[in-house]
Design a protein around this ligand. Sequence first.
Ligand code: AVI
Length: 322
Amino acid sequence: MLTHAITADPVLEFAADVRTGLTLSGQKELPSKYLYDDVGSALFEVISVLPEYGLTRADERLLQLHRDEAGGQVAGPGAVAELGSGSGKKTRWILKALCRRQHVSYFPIEISPTALAMCARELGDIDCMSIVGFEREYLDGLREVEARRRDGQNLLVLFLGSTIGNFDRPAAAGFLRKMRRILRPGDSLLLGTDLEKPIPQLLAAYDDSLGVTAAFNLNLLARINRELDADFILERFEHDARFNPEARSVEMHLRSRRNQVVTIPRASLTISFRAGETIWTESSHKYGRTEPLQIAKDAGFFCKAQWIDQEWPFAENLFVAE
Ligand code: AVI
């Protein structure tokens, strides 16, 4: 796989974001994208097969069932761009269905080089498909794809696994609007959205009995230790998953078990934590069934189809750019 990487210094950017997030006057925060270094990406793969976390399996079932209808959007030599490809495992169904009919250019867009490499290994054996990966933020990557695609080549954008749920609602709407401006009329978007479900089920999904999600969350502090020479003592923090009823989201936090001071030399930072104080690390928003349709409509897409999983409420939405 050919990969186009970013050139800005990622450690400097990480240090700046850690500094900003931990010196906020109210709730301390760290951007959720930093959960996905090599260790975090591997832990997320484990989360996706946990019994309590039905989201990925629901996504995969729907993709397997409806691969032909989704792939049917791309007529002639086609291009598929995937935002946050992860390991690429669940994309296999659609790509194989498409490649039975035509040559496909597949463009995975990922901020994690490890995930890009996993994706190339997982999908590299599919005949009639070229893979060019972009180590970029989603919309930057999509702009690159748009610049490279041939005239007359249909584009299908995959944004699966309810990654859109990790944006708050206004940001999700803004993201779809920006995406629409990059696309051409007739291009399509397959968007996975996790739906609302009982709170105990949601909390178990984000605080599993094996402690994998806790490790995924705590790895963010371990990453700051590794990359920014910080001295977080991991046992002094604990994973906390909670439901926010106003935002209709599950929030992950890291709670300080005691009063403590941590130094982060490469972010030029010494920071105090009170016992019970938290760092907010991620939100996973859950949607009503028709909500994604409205957001997409406002952004300039029409809905071609919506499929819902029977076991784990999750919607796969097929939209077309107007
Ligand atoms: C990637 N994203 C959709 C996952 C989610 O469910 O929000 C990340 C995750 N965080 C904890 N468990 C899974």
